[in-house]
Design a protein around this ligand. Sequence first.
Ligand code: ANZ
Length: 937
Amino acid sequence: MKYNFNEIEAKWQKYWAENQTFKAENLSEKPKFYALDMFPYPSGAGLHVGHPLGYIASDIYARYKRHKGYNVLHPMGYDSFGLPAEQYAIQTGQHPAVTTEANISRYREQLDKIGFSFDWSREVRTSDPSFYKWTQWIFIQLFNAWYDHDAEKSRPIVELVAIFEKEGNQTLNAACDDDTPAFGAQAWKEMSEDDKERMLLHYRLTYLADTEVNWCPALGTVLANDEIVNGVSERGGHPVVRKKMTQWSMRISAFAERLLQGLDELDWPEPLKDIQRNWIGKSVGAQVSFKLKGHEEEISVFTTRPDTIFGVSFMTLAPEHELVKKITTEAQKAEVEAYIEATSRRSERERMADVKNITGVFTGAYVLHPFTGEEIPVWIGDYVLAGYGTGAVMAVPCGDQRDHDFAGHFGLPVPNIFEGVDTSEEAFADKEHTVIANSGFISGMGYKEASAKVIAELEKIGQGQGKINYRLRDAVFSRQRYWGEPFPVYYVNGLPKMIDAAHLPVELPEVEKYLPTETGEPPLGNATRWAWDTVNHTVVDKAKTDHKTIFPLELNTMPGWAGSSWYFNRYMDAGNTADFAAQDALNYWQDVDLYIGGSEHATGHLLYSRFWQKFLFDFGLVPVQEYARKLINQGMILGTSAFVYRLENSNVFVSKNLVGERAVQPIHADVSMVNASDELDMEAFRSWRPEFAEAEFELEDGRYIVGREVEKMSKSKYNVVSPDDICREYGADTLRMYEMFLGPLEQAKPWNTAGITGVHNFLKKLWKLYVAQDGLCVTHDKATADNLKSLHKTIKKVEEDIENFSFNTSVSTFMICVNELSAQKCHSREVLEPLVVLIAPYAPHIAEELWGLLGHESSVAYAPFPVFEEKYLVESTKEYPVSFNGKMRFTLELSLDLSREEIEKAVLADDRTQKQLEGRTPKKVIVVPGKIVNIVG
Ligand code: ANZ
């Protein structure tokens, strides 16, 4: 019987599906284990071999945990709202739901072929109304909440209203917008209902506000900071500009400290945690108010170095700072306005990155130094960011490089308060010893002490206090797109109202066109049926809008990260229609024990989801604050791209080794058109794309040789390898083991099919231990010591490897084991049966088949994991090297239990000893038990 992998794999995939083998129970006596993969966006290109790497690893772990007696939750779903389906809709008119459905079917087919042990009964799709109903519901909960910094938690908005009624907002320590006005209880009571609503928006955890956003004209939407890379959109590489728009935002900044602290308890890769720490960007310092000369207002700055206050020689405001217009003198007006106009065209990142071009303008205004009363000129400069701190800095040219460069450029004074002081980084690390010289009442103090003293003095005169700043900004939550979650929001007098939770979901309306409307409204502006009837609680024709009972609905949709911020909780009880998940299911599953996915989500999904989880926790809706205890970032699989070289301005393609110094343009050629010797199939290339139909080739030895380069595997680089082809040719078990064999899970590694036959041959060899020409060849023979040693060595190593997520080393361990057992001609059931279980997490199909052949009627998936026994590894004999006058002549196997005398006796009794001695009596016999025997004579 041959190892017919295609047949075997199809058979078991069908069996698992029909028997729901991997369905997890929500309540079980068994301990739980939750293994989660980052769910994919179902793109039109389907999966390439890089995608399943993490899924295979988590699947091995999930299967292992089932063998270890755990009730394992291992779900899969789709992050199915998103741009590509919408772009396709814009081009072709095909509804994104149709595209998405087709892509999901293809993904599912591909995933099924790899033999994952997913519990498909829990599948989620973020674009499904039964799912986004709960995304909308959570949005409403966030709207109805505020953040209490004293209690360090989110609280219901009704409690905030109660506080306002009693004492206004002045005693409150709540997260709110910077421009929130102060008011007392009486003033609150006197406010109109609309004004009260407007006031509450300053506090709600999701709020509508005019914000400076990153507007991407090419994509027609705003982007979050993490969606912009090097100043252009991550998707498509389009320019991004700053623009003020009314947008929904999420008050994630309120959670900055908890998001930071929470990292300490997580078993996540350190580099990833560091990325989050930097993104949150905590700075400890002070806020200082400078009185303006000739104006009522004050300018407030944030500084991490209050100790440098005596070194301030000018002040720089961000060009967008709200006081700029007011304080600019007539004489400076034209110059200031021109400068503001020029900076509005630069992105925040560009401004931060550009340290070479120093630009700025004097406003003509002065502030007064809080301690010396000295007049300090106020400048504007684009190195100061509007969105950080207060958007203003006290410039200390002798302490800050940017201030120094600015002063140098404009010829401003550079007073030196650090005369003779070590200001190196090391000196600051040793905070107690850096001494501040020549600076007012802090002369001679260490930097920390000096800072504290300055803050205390500022407090005395009411011009400052200690302040902690976070770089983390509130996250813009609106997108001007069609294919996203609609907001459960309608507008009365321009104020947002939530649709009652009982009437969710608010389903995405049909539109004729997926583009923005002629008047620049988002695509939902094209919907004719898109108004909210507050009497019948339903969506009705827009034409019926009367602003009495029928109101306009929100036209924006939610961003890509909405659904992924909570989907892991939905898996715990995916079918629930009454709740996003039942409390008992949430209490049973608690959190994700193992989360595997890409590190590129560090400042997006992985931060937003932690924020939502903390919010849900505060409201008693989930049992834990951190949803993923352990996280692993799988490394990227790299592809080997192929390049052809086109002579510039011609249609001639030059073979790689003929290029020399000539000016050529390298162009990606699809790797499927290139063979193992790097030869291009020229005919295939000509018919690949119309622009190459007339291609001419300059050949070497009659062949066109392509250039090769290892890059990220990606459809856009035409270097993808499809898992389907591998499954067809070698089987899924080979694919699974091979992907693991490529190298450590966390490392980036090139895909290279050269080794795949080796792994495939290994599986064939494994098969042969069990199955001969005429069927099963497993015997009831007693296993030999060697057989058991090979087995137990393998159990020990594989178990350790899995626990350490070192899957690549397990694969080689299996290879060694099978080689040894083959050499030992081992067919003993005592050894081969446990071996099936051992390998089942890696190669589940062949394992099921062999398990069945061994006579088992149920799946191998729940068979207990073999138990390692040390005794089989302990050696009972020793091959003694026997030497004569120091020269080794032969070896003799003896029991390790023998005494020195018994060893000597046995050696002397051996024929070979007698032959060496040729009748002489040895002078001396040296025996080191367990090591050597040396005969001198
Ligand atoms: C005086 C000073 C003296 C400063 C000195 C630094 C060194 P981090 O650590 O990033 O929080 N700053 C404040 N707001 C800013 C803004 N909106 N745009 C650009 N720079 C801003 O940095 C805080 C420091 O960056 C602050 O401390 C301020 O300069 C500057 F020897 O104040 B410092």
